[in-house]
Ligand binder design. Structure first.
Ligand code: NA7
Length: 544
């Protein structure tokens, strides 16, 4: 290197850049976007995928914080669409870690030669619908421009990072990190004074991993969770063979269960089962890996409060038994929300971290955070000094990843305004007034890839149908959209999720309207509904 070469040409202005033309553009190179690219390509139309990361993987690219891993069983998380891929890929752990998951998605990108149609380091700034031409005009932050008939947002439901608006956040002189954009280079934690804000599933994984490494860790907790043992282990060669031999059965099963996991609820009613028998089931579930304690429990723990409370108290006692200091233990015990009304963090030694001398739990309900200072975090009772502050404070879920982009549809209406009171869609897939814009996200409560594959296939089948029948434009009728929203709200009213503060309800974000952001039907029923609409010739949509 050495000499610096100065260009005599002025940098081209954004508007002077040529406009790249495609039939379809996909935004997001995560689990959904990669498969969407694979499927759209098969239609023989031109397609380009843009992502703002410098690698593929979406969630598994950005969330590279220590301890990040699946809480789904690995064999249920991989794509099901390619027999070859299923045979080639070996999951090393039953609950695979982030580095391996990122490797898997890179392997997929290479295997199916997807990279030639992927443009990385491209953050979408705006997408504007040109009504006369029936095209979407996209502009990226680097000035690159592109135009396409179809726009597919595969931006994920948990990708818009949320950092609480504490006063003084920028004044901190140490290092501030968010778990959702953890640096690629190793973060030096040894001996450091570290703060973690948040105790959700992310923080639980992170805290467990770093407590032993840092000099001192202070955990700022607002709401304790019902964390349950993950019980991860290595996949033996025999089990690997069994996975490979039984993938068709595994996939059939996870397509039939309500949430896409290989668990069935116990059909008995909790309180009709004698106490000893109930406890025996709870203890058995507790020894099992994964979400069995939730999704393999009595079915009415998610609908009957008394039943729920019975199991919740069992979990509380498990927590109390693991934390030595009874005062700390009681702070870690959740009492303000039903078990399962928030995502259950799965842990591998989380509670024991609070028995360490170098770990301090600060309950911000007792001593609220007043501000971030140049040295650390000032609560109502003292200033805590840190080298690193980690925000494990979650995401502006479901809607945030789309409303943060400047998307404009018919008549210049903005997506942000249209969704100001929450997601407005028909089938979770399209919004009236935004023709040919597909939302490729898994909006049901479902193990992610199982449902994502369904949505991806629905969208590519829809585009195929349109091309075969000579249609150029699709959007839902306002009536169909309204009816879908009412139907989703009706289903939501039968859950007790609404009483709990969580990203499910949007209530983790100040000022966000409180409503269930996910579709509360079971995954098989949702799949049947959208399949029926496609089979009927896209009832509820206007095709031109
Ligand atoms: P979550 O589950 O939204 O957790 C965020 C955590 O951050 C949670 O403990 C919050 O407390 C806490 N938080 C947020 N704002 C504040 C403020 N202002 N003060 C103190 N604490 C705060 O996000 P995760 O990343 O852990 O998990 C998201 C999903 O990713 C998860 O469901 C899995 O599906 C994977 P709160 O509970 O709101 O009181």
């Amino acid at each position: 290197m050495g000499t610096s070469v100065q260009s005599t040409q002025p940098a081209p202005k954004a508007s002077a850049r040529p406009v790249e033309q495609y039939d379809a553009i996909i935004i997001g190179a995560g689990v959904t976007g990669l498969y969407q690219l694979y499927r759209i390509r098969q239609l023989g139309i031109s397609v380009r995928l843009f992502d703002d990361g410098d690698g593929v993987g979406g969630t598994w690219y950005w969330n590279r914080y220590p301890g990040c891993r699946f809480d789904s069983e690995s064999e249920t998380y991989g794509y099901s669409f390619s027999k070859e891929l299923l045979e080639e890929w070996d999951w090393k752990e039953h609950y695979s870690g982030q580095p391996e998951n990122e490797r898997y998605l890179n392997y997929v990108a290479d295997k199916f030669d997807l990279r030639s149609d992927i443009q990385l380091n491209s953050r979408l700034a705006s997408a504007v619908y040109d009504e006369r031409a029936n095209r979407w005009d996209l502009e990226f932050e680097d000035g690159r421009r592109a135009r396409a008939q179809f726009l597919i947002g595969a931006v994920g439901i948990l990708s818009a990072r949320f950092t609480p608006p504490f006063e003084g956040t920028d004044s901190f002189k140490g290092r501030s990190l968010h778990t959702g954009s953890w640096p690629k280079e190793p973060v030096e934690l040894a001996g450091k004074r570290v703060a973690v804000i948040g105790t959700g599933p992310t923080a639980v994984q992170l805290i467990t991993e770093i407590a032993k490494e840092v000099g001192h860790l202070t955990v700022f907790q607002r709401t304790p969770n019902y964390c349950a043992p993950l019980r991860n282990s290595l996949v033996t060669p025999e089990t690997q063979e069994r996975f490979k031999a039984t993938y068709p059965e595994i996939h059939k099963r996870i397509r039939e269960t309500p949430a896409g996991f290989a668990y069935d609820f116990d059909p008995r009613k909790t309180l009709e089962v004698p106490r000893e028998e109930r406890l025996a089931l709870y203890e058995k579930l507790w020894t099992q890996p994964g979400f069995s304690k939730w999704l393999g429990n009595f079915h009415d723990i998610m609908s009957n409060r008394e039943a729920n409370e019975d199991f919740a108290e069992f979990v509380r006692n498990k927590i109390r038994a693991r934390v030595k200091d009874p005062v700390v233990a009681e702070k870690l015990v959740p009492k303000d929300h039903p078990f399962g009304s928030k995502r259950i963090p799965l842990e591998s030694g989380y509670y024991e971290q609070f028995n360490r001398d170098n770990v301090l739990l600060v309950d911000v309900n007792e001593t609220p955070i007043e501000r971030v200072t140049p040295k650390g975090i000032k609560t109502t009772d003292q200033e805590h000094e840190f080298d690193i502050i980690v925000y494990a404070t979650g995401f502006d879920a479901v809607s945030g990843s789309l409303t943060r982009i400047d998307i404009r549809g018919e008549g210049g209406r903005t997506f942000k305004d249209t969704w100001a009171d929450g997601p407005r869609t028909y089938l979770g897939i399209q919004t009236a007034g935004f023709p040919n814009f597909f939302i490729a996200t898994n909006s049901a409560f479902c193990n992610y890839p199982v449902c994502a594959e369904t949505i991806v296939e629905w969208i590519s089948d829809c585009i195929k149908y349109m091309r075969e029948k000579g249609f150029n434009r699709i959007e839902p009728t306002p009536e169909a959209e309204e009816a879908w929203i009412a139907h989703a709200a009706e289903l939501a009213s039968h859950t007790f999720l609404s009483d709990t503060k969580s990203w499910f309800m949007g209530s983790n974000i100040p000022g966000k309207k409180r409503q269930l952001l996910l579709y509360a039907n079971s995954a098989p029923k949702y799949r049947a509904e959208i399949t029926q609409v496609a089979a009927s010739g896209y009832e509820g949509f206007t095709l031109e």
